[in-house]
Design a protein around this ligand. Structure first.
Ligand code: ZN
Length: 112
């Protein structure tokens, strides 16, 4: 499997996850608007607020992950994939295997 295939694979699952979270967030918003809107006296109000914040945070993380994968795919097309963006040294195969979207080699990543 090439790095590109691995990234495309990761992109598919990240994008499915983002879609599922988007649907979940929509559900939470729907159930929020179907209640009376009297949040203070509605015991469900606080729960929905929490669920909404949590779903939004998870969705933001999933979208950030998609961006990371897209950036890695752009580096593949540009021929820069697998090189550290900071020192220009090759990123170890082991590191790329564990984290295909890695932009920095181990020593640059841990120095930050
Ligand atoms: Zn480096």
């Amino acid at each position: 499997m090439t790095s590109r295939d691995r990234l495309l694979d990761a992109r598919r699952s990240a994008s499915a996850r983002a879609a599922a979270l988007r649907a979940e967030l929509r559900d939470v918003l729907d159930s929020a608007s179907s209640t009376t809107g009297d949040d203070e006296h509605d015991p469900e109000g606080a729960t929905i607020g929490f669920e909404r914040a949590q779903a939004a945070a998870l969705l933001a993380a999933a979208e950030a992950r998609l961006d990371e994968i897209d950036a890695a795919l752009a580096r593949v097309s540009g021929g820069a994939y697998g090189r550290c963006v900071e020192c220009g040294q090759p990123i170890g195969a082991e590191r790329l295997g564990a984290r295909p979207t890695a932009e920095r080699c181990m020593s640059c990543a841990t120095r930050r």
